[in-house]
Design a protein around this ligand. Structure first.
Ligand SMILES: [Zn+2]
Length: 113
């Protein structure tokens, strides 16, 4: 049976393949035989990567609770961005220096104003 691989079909094949579906399932979804799928993948030079889970959940940047002071230096978009990393005050995410800044009471400012 002759099979025409239109750009649309190739795109669908690539997408399903990238999703990690088995060739038999790709064939079922596309209404083709497993052998047709394998043949096309082979011609494309595509092969199944056998390396671990495909999607690694991204850790929320701001939920990271490191062992050090989380006072940010620079802008998060800045390649030089880093956290202070100093020894944190117990119960606080910052070192003593930055905890003093972070938890400064606005009392004096109110009195001044
Ligand atoms: Zn710090």
């Amino acid at each position: 049976m002759e099979m025409t691989w239109t750009p649309e079909r190739v795109e669908i094949l690539n997408r399903l393949f990238e999703e990690g579906l088995p060739t038999s399932e790709i064939g079922r979804r596309m209404g083709l035989t497993k052998n047709t799928i394998i043949g096309r993948l082979h011609r494309n030079g595509m092969s199944r990567r056998e390396t671990g889970p495909k999607f690694v959940p991204q850790r929320n940047f701001f939920e990271f609770n490191g062992p050090g002071c989380l006072w940010p230096h620079g802008h998060p978009d800045d390649p030089q961005f880093h956290f202070c990393g100093g020894h944190p005050v117990p119960g606080k995410p910052y070192c003593a220096v930055h905890a003093a800044i972070a938890y400064v009471r606005p009392k004096e400012e109110k009195q001044a104003a």
